[in-house]
Design a protein around this ligand. Structure first.
Ligand SMILES: [Zn+2]
Length: 281
């Protein structure tokens, strides 16, 4: 499932291809959206941006297209009219004079008044966005100090978009690893310094992943491995999907375990079970 950085990169690509252009035609599979075909034709695309895992396409007529890729949704940007062979089902097509953007398989698509976006049930409950440049380190740290969130296992909490928006499973595993925190630990089990370090690492890794196209590993190491011919999937992470392999820091074997309904990858030596966590486990 794509996480914040992957969705934001898709939004960037869509914006580069479509922002500033006029919609010549729009196609919606869903009947409930047919009434918007006429309303959107001729409108200019002002901006395309990501909010957590949703993509918002803003138009100059006061309307916005909201789409959420969920598990299978996939965007494709192509020259106008150049339809690809695809076994996926087309759900939305935005046509401009030279370029078209096609959204396949996603079912969560809506057209909304831009002024009412903040009332949308998904957008309304999002926590602070790690990938929003206006979000500061202090915003994230104060979120981690909010005791309302202190009693849930971090393996689940960090992926809850209403706590902080932008992280999914791989970012969660990687942030816990570099912070030396066991995935079943709760914010209540950490001291202030540990919470602050974790908050900083969540922000740092999510932004690094966005900038680098998905690398959370130390960049120096990732570069060295790449030069040795190691494949991207094998050098991008510290622990994610590296079960059975040695930890880069201590050499212990990375393991895979389930916590709070999520699969976590961790180093048992760098992320020890703390005494608080043990009593709750
Ligand atoms: Zn280790």
């Amino acid at each position: 499932m794509p996480e914040g950085p992957e969705i934001k990169r898709i939004a960037d690509e869509l914006a580069a291809a479509l922002a500033g252009r006029k919609i010549t035609r729009v196609f919606f599979t869903f009947k409930r959206l047919h009434r918007y075909r006429k309303k959107l034709t001729g409108a200019k695309i002002i901006a395309i941006s990501a909010r957590s895992k949703a993509i918002i396409t803003r138009l100059d007529n006061g309307l916005s297209i909201y789409s959420h890729n969920q598990l299978y949704g996939r965007w494709q940007i192509l020259p106008e009219g150049d339809y690809p062979q695809s076994s996926r089902s087309l759900r939305l097509a935005i046509h401009t004079k030279d370029t078209m953007a096609l959204l396949y398989s996603a079912s969560d698509i809506e057209v909304l008044e831009t002024g009412r976006l903040s009332q949308h049930p998904y957008l309304k409950k999002l926590g602070p966005e790690l990938l929003d440049e206006n979000t500061t380190t202090e915003d994230i740290i104060s979120r981690f100090e909010d005791t309302h969130f202190h009693r849930r296992a971090l393996a689940g909490l960090l992926q809850d978009q209403s706590f902080i928006a932008g992280m999914g499973n791989y970012l969660c595993c990687e942030a816990l690893y570099i912070s030396g925190i066991y995935p079943a630990a709760r914010l209540a089990d950490l001291d202030r310094k540990q919470r602050e370090r974790l908050a900083r690492n969540c922000l740092k890794l999510t932004r690094q992943s966005y900038r680098t196209g998905g690398i959370t590993n130390q960049l120096k190491r990732a570069n060295a491995l790449r030069k040795q011919g190691v494949a991207f999937e094998d050098y991008r992470f510290y622990v994610y999907r590296r079960d059975g392999l040695p930890c880069y820091q201590c050499g212990a074997t990375i393991i895979k375990e389930r916590f709070a309904g999520k699969t976590a990858y961790l180093c048992p030596q760098c992320q020890p079970v703390c005494s608080h966590t043990r009593s709750h486990h």
